[in-house]
Design a protein around this ligand. Structure first.
Ligand code: SAH
Length: 367
């Protein structure tokens, strides 16, 4: 591309620029994009990669999203629920290892028992992980879907301070194609505003390579992240799961696998260029497509990673997509392997710190 240098030199990327960058195909051009994104990451959020121990505490789900392996209609999944002690134990383990923060993720439920469980567990983790190194205890991120304003507020008051809720795609028509009617785009958006209003550091993201999704859609996704002023971004390739209504796309997926992988890396890089000081995760799904996918994510501008801490015996039941790595039942901690992978890249780890989004801190201090 003739004007690649000009675009990469811009302070603010417009819609056209974003589309052009996402369309890059030449390896040399993609390398220029990667280098620029990495440079912008170093300048804006520093050299460290932060760890969040991921605890998938339950796969019970009331939703029936067409792409997801743990959708409620998938009767081949054995449903599980870790008890409070098990979750707290995983969290303490993570903090002892120096991970600094944890993510509690599950299928979606909105009943009182579930809400009370989350609040109590968060409170306990907060009080039982305080140490000299982390006087305020673990940094806690929740990823438990759409809830009411008052539930989010309870979660926040219990001590969670970050929340991940992907918009999945910012194109409402595409959103409607991959969700049942009971899951609405408008509601998802409203939840993101609730979370911001309450004071959470808010993370969102999309799936990349959905059937029917265009480069234009993805460019709009990046503008959407900017518009809602997200603090954290977690996105990754869409990967077919056989026991879902979207299994018919297996052939499409197989044929486009490399393209989708590359597109995911380009999305990380361009999001870094457009949003600069947010935290961006290098997600597990990237590694499902390519063994070193997560490492590549860091090289393309990501600065957060979520080592899986779900106890081994449950991992096979939390498979949202095919080929999920690290579901070997004899493993309880993926952190050590990830830490080795990160140090092998010559990158620095942010141990024993929360590694909050700098964007959030700036947003707060400007108020
Ligand atoms: N129920 C919670 C968290 C679990 S799902 C929630 O909805 O937030 C977490 C994310 O996994 C989803 O937001 C979705 O983007 C991703 N996901 C689900 N199925 C997937 C698939 N087949 N391929 C790639 N990502 C998928």
């Amino acid at each position: 591309m003739k004007n690649l240098d000009v675009i990469l030199g811009k302070e603010n990327l417009d819609f056209e620029d974003i589309q052009q960058l996402l369309s890059l195909e030449e390896p040399e051009e993609i390398e220029l994009l990667r280098r620029k994104a990495f440079e912008v990451k170093q300048e804006n959020v520093g050299p460290k990669i932060y760890l969040r121990g991921l605890i998938e505490f339950s796969n019970y789900c009331i939703n029936d999203c067409y792409y997801c392996g743990i959708r409620k209609s998938n009767s081949s999944v054995k449903r599980y629920w870790l008890d409070e002690d098990e979750v707290v134990e995983c969290a303490r383990y993570a903090i002892n290892k120096g991970y600094g923060s944890i993510v509690l993720q599950s299928g979606e439920r909105r009943d009182q028992r579930f809400i009370d469980f989350v609040c109590r567990t968060v409170e306990r983790i907060k009080s039982e992980t305080r140490s000299e190194k982390l006087p305020d205890g673990a940094g806690i991120t929740l990823c438990v879907g759409e809830q009411s304003y008052s539930t989010y507020k309870r979660f926040f008051e219990a001590g969670a301070h970050r929340y991940l809720l992907r918009i999945e795609t910012s194109n409402p028509e595409l959103f409607a194609k991959i969700h049942p009617e009971s899951v609405s785009f408008a509601r998802r958006l409203e939840c993101l505003y609730f979370l911001k209003d309450i004071g959470f550091q808010v993370g969102t993201g999309v799936m990349i390579g959905l059937p029917g999704q265009t480069i234009e859609d993805l460019a709009r996704d990046i503008l959407f992240f900017k518009e809602i002023d997200a603090d954290m971004i977690g996105m990754g390739p869409y990967i077919v799961h056989k026991q879902t209504p979207m299994a018919e796309y297996e052939e499409y997926f197989r044929k486009n696998k490399y393209k989708i992988y590359l597109l995911s890396l380009k999305m990380i890089a361009v999001t870094r260029l457009a949003l600069k000081d947010v935290n961006i995760a290098s997600t597990t799904a990237l590694q499902a497509l390519y063994p070193f996918g997560r490492e590549e994510g860091f090289r393309f501008g990501a600065n957060v990673v979520m080592p899986l801490l779900t106890p081994g015996q449950y991992r096979r039941e939390y498979v949202l997509y095919e080929g999920k790595p690290c579901i070997d039942e004899f493993t309880n901690d993926c952190g050590e392997c990830l830490i080795r992978r990160i140090t092998n890249l010559g990158m620095e780890l942010g141990l024993n710190e929360w590694g909050d989004s700098l964007h959030f801190r700036k947003r707060k201090s400007e108020k």
